[in-house]
Write a protein that binds this ligand. Structure first.
Ligand code: ADP
Ligand code: ZN
Ligand code: MG
Length: 504
């Protein structure tokens, strides 16, 4: 047997536990409101694991190479709490509006599972790093944060189809995680998704976590129930291990509908843990509450409690960067449309470039938003570069884009020409110099344009003929003139001149 092989894990037959209650059907006189609470795990962007010096992000290495006696749980090894991870956790807790206790502590949470080599996980229980927070979400509601705590991640099990045993990779075991738990304050699947987007943006703005579900750096368990007719909370069901925002939304929508049906049919919802079947787009029962684990929490005797001084908290608060919600509000005040404001505010680098350009340029912020989100983003997408790669220094780029936008605003160049110059401006060119050296300034001179128009009209008598009948066909002539002039012609002057000639 190879090392790290554990017994195969028995799969319990999935089974929905429902009890028939005829009275429940009679009570169901309204469509019950969903109540949702989330438990979110974020991979902490610290250099090392939570309690040892192994790489916090070394999952990609060969299996079981990013390990040491501590994270393998060998007897006699001693954990040491990661100062950087604690600092990041505290930062996150404060950003979520949490209170931080004077002393925080780590507990052992006992459970047996082959991916946990110690047979317990070091987590927090009483005195987590944050409690009683609140996060406002777009739309105006605020979601309560029950707690934020630090813990260690588990290893990874692989169940090869060719074998009757499972393989264990401990590269991720002991990696630092933040777990945050919300109050049951969310009401719809869409709102749950909006909340996750908010949390992801906050984590990224703070540099606390990459918070990318696709890399397993953000995972969520969702709890959902339907309110009883008297307004009290109904029995909740937990759906575990959702690893995309889309699946959170889909699992909640499915589960709400399933619970509605259970009630409509006169049954009761049974408290249980369910999983999400991505292929079938449905939740499936995993275990019911009767089998709920007793974790036998106890303070970890190897890790002393940590005192957090008031001046540490004050320093964290003082160094807090502007949060995405505040950015979004600031952009809305600059009259940037809601969608664009969110899109910019929720991406750290886009926000950095936007801030630099709006302070370098006096024109409307919405124009800057349009250029960044459509033209710049579109060009970089084609180029296969990220904004960060193309514009590593927003302060150097800002005056160059401001110069380009000035040329458009004062009508020196058409927006067609401006869009053509953009790639060079991104890569360091000054737009006014390009316009000068290439003769790209807009031509509004009627004499010069008239010559080009006459030539185009003489060359295309058929198009002229249809334009006399159908004013729309003028665009075909206009397009040819623009092409002849390399996009420099003033389109409204050209249109007037063509119309005059058609009427003559
Ligand atoms: P448990 O003891 O099962 O872990 P908790 O009270 O700790 O339950 O809550 C876990 C999560 O479930 C939290 O996010 C909480 O907001 C949510 N939750 C609690 N009660 C309900 C409910 N009735 N409906 C939906 N979510 C709930
Ligand atoms: Zn280690
Ligand atoms: Mg709980």
């Amino acid at each position: 047997m190879p090392p790290f092989v554990y017994a195969r894990i028995a799969r319990r037959k999935a089974d929905t536990h429902v009890r028939f209650d005829p009275a429940a059907l009679a009570r169901l006189t309204h469509v019950p409101e969903p109540v949702i609470g989330l438990e979110i795990h974020l991979a902490v962007k610290a250099r090392s694991k939570m309690f040892c010096a192994c790489d916090a992000d070394g999952f990609g290495s060969d299996p079981n190479t990013n390990v040491c006696p501590v994270c393998m749980g060998l007897p006699g090894s001693l954990p040491v709490a990661n100062r950087e991870a604690i600092a990041l956790g505290l930062r996150f807790a404060r950003a979520l509006g949490c209170e931080v206790p004077e002393r925080t502590q780590f507990h052992r949470k006992h459970y047996f599972y082959p991916d946990a080599p110690k047979n317990y996980q070091i987590s927090q229980f009483e005195r987590p790093i944050g409690e009683h927070g609140a996060v406002p979400i777009p739309g105006g509601r605020t979601i309560g944060i029950t707690r934020v705590h630090l813990e260690e991640d588990a290893g990874r099990l692989v169940h090869p189809t060719y074998a009757d045993h499972s393989l264990l990779d401990l590269n991720r075991a002991g990696a630092p995680l933040i777990e945050m738990v919300t109050e049951p304050d969310l009401r719809t699947p869409e709102e749950a998704r909006a909340f996750l987007q908010e949390v992801r943006a906050i984590a990224r703005a703070l540099g606390v976590s990459d918070a990318s579900p696709e890399e397993g750096k953000m995972r969520a368990d969702v709890n959902v129930s339907l309110r009883n007719p008297d307004g009290s909370f109904g029995t909740k069901v937990e759906v575990k291990n959702l690893n995309s925002f889309r699946s959170v939304e889909a699992a909640l929508a499915f589960e709400i509908r399933r619970q509605e049906r259970v009630l409509e049919d006169g049954f009761e919802v049974v408290q249980e843990t369910r999983g999400w079947n991505e292929g079938g787009q449905k939740t499936v029962s995993q275990r019911s509450k009767e089998e709920a684990a007793d974790y036998r929490y106890m303070p970890d005797p190897d890790i002393p409690a940590i005192t957090i001084h008031d001046d540490q908290i004050a320093a964290i608060d003082a160094a807090m960067p502007e949060l995405p919600a505040a950015k979004r509000a600031r952009y809305a005040a600059l009259e940037v449309h809601e969608d664009a404001a969110s899109q910019i505010a929720y991406d750290v680098h886009t926000a950095g470039v936007f801030d630099a350009v709006t302070s370098a340029w006096n024109g409307p912020a919405q124009i800057v938003a349009n250029w960044l989100l459509s033209e710049v983003a579109g060009h970089l997408h084609q180029d296969g570069r990220t904004l960060e790669e193309a514009i590593p220094d927003p302060d150097a780029f800002a005056p160059r884009l401001a110069n380009l936008l000035d040329l458009v605003q004062d009508r020196t160049i058409s927006s067609t020409v401006a869009k053509e110059l953009l790639p060079e401006v991104i890569d360091g060119a000054q737009a006014s110099e390009l316009v000068e050296s290439r003769g790209l300034a807009r031509v509004a001179d009627e004499g010069a344009l008239g010559t080009v128009i006459d030539a185009v009209m003489a060359a295309h008598p058929d198009v002229v003929e249809s334009a006399r009948e159908q004013p729309k066909a003028i665009n075909a002539l206009l397009g040819r003139v623009m092409k002849e002039t390399g996009g420099t012609a003033d389109a409204s002057v050209v249109r007037n001149l063509i119309e005059q000639r058609l009427q003559a």
